[in-house]
Design a protein around this ligand. Structure first.
Ligand code: NDP
Length: 248
């Protein structure tokens, strides 16, 4: 494939953390990467960095919790680029609390941002992928969605919902050359985990087979394979990239 025929990847939550690492990795893999999150500034800076390094990137500032805006952004990219090959649903938030104290507002916000957005983006991208008979969809879940986590009823439910969504999309679109898989990260050092206490971090480390916390690049490496042309026989899978924390 020539550079004028680069595969186009739409990556949500690309401004920082895991999404930023995924975007940088896919750019290195030769993709045109469309960077998506709420704030234009960091996306613009990252797009410039990727281009300075010889890659190809553009950005769209979108709140993935706004379903109409998200669907419009996906459709615009497909129209502007003439293709949309790869979708990585990575944007996510936490609003933790024990179930007795969890408000409807915190429940709904996490379900909307972490689960509904993935459904909306997939629905918007699927037509173009099916038309081209090629697509690679990766949803970023969490080990909390596989084994549960006290204090995260909303988050674990959203991430478990992503697993059902992933397997269903895999079954619906597999015959059209579109795969859909989920990566469940364990503990990755980003803004999301920065405020957790040293005690919690040490407790997690004790349970891990690999005695270090994860980095965004650990997740990006798995996304790179799942979105490659050669991964066409891999679909409906849940891959826990967690340093042996759960071995789920
Ligand atoms: P960060 O908090 O570091 O980054 C979150 C990213 O999502 C940012 O780019 C943020 O951009 C974006 N984002 C958040 N809300 C929205 C929104 N409404 N619309 C658009 N973009 C949004 O998180 P991580 O990198 O740690 O997490 C990335 C994913 O990995 C999440 O889905 C998370 O649940 C999952 N994960 C993380 C783990 C960890 O240990 N870090 C473990 C397991 C799963 P901006 O604020 O600029 O909009």
């Amino acid at each position: 494939m020539t550079t004028t025929e680069r595969r186009v990847a739409f990556v949500t939550g690309a401004s920082r953390g895991i999404g930023r690492s995924i975007a940088q990795r896919l750019a290195k893999d030769g993709r045109h990467v469309v960077l998506v999150s709420r704030s234009a500034g960091p996306l613009s800076d990252l797009a410039s960095q990727i281009k300075d390094a010889g890659g190809s990137a553009s950005f769209k500032a979108v709140d993935v919790g706004d379903s109409a805006a998200l669907a419009k952004a996906v459709e615009e990219v497909a129209a502007e680029q003439g293709r949309l090959d790869i979708l990585v649903n990575n944007a996510g938030i936490t609003k933790d609390g024990l179930v007795l104290r969890m408000s409807d507002e915190d429940w709904n916000a996490v379900i909307q941002t972490n689960l509904t957005s993935a459904f909306v983006a997939i629905r918007a991208a699927a037509r173009e992928m099916m038309r081209k008979k090629f697509g690679r969809i990766v949803n970023i879940g969490s080990t909390s969605g596989v084994v549960g986590n006290a204090g995260q009823a909303n988050y674990a439910a959203a991430k478990a919902g992503l697993i059902g969504l992933t397997k269903t999309i895999a079954r619906e679109l597999g015959g059209k050359g579109v795969t859909c898989n989920l990566i469940a990260p364990g503990f990755i050092e980003t803004d999301m985990t920065a405020n957790l206490s040293q005690d919690i971090k040490e407790g997690v480390l004790k349970m891990m087979a690999v005695k270090r916390l994860g980095a965004g690049e650990d997740i990006a490496a798995a996304v790179s394979y799942m979105t490659s042309d050669e991964a066409g026989f891999l679909t409906g899978q849940v891959l826990c990239v967690d340093g042996g924390l759960t071995m789920c």
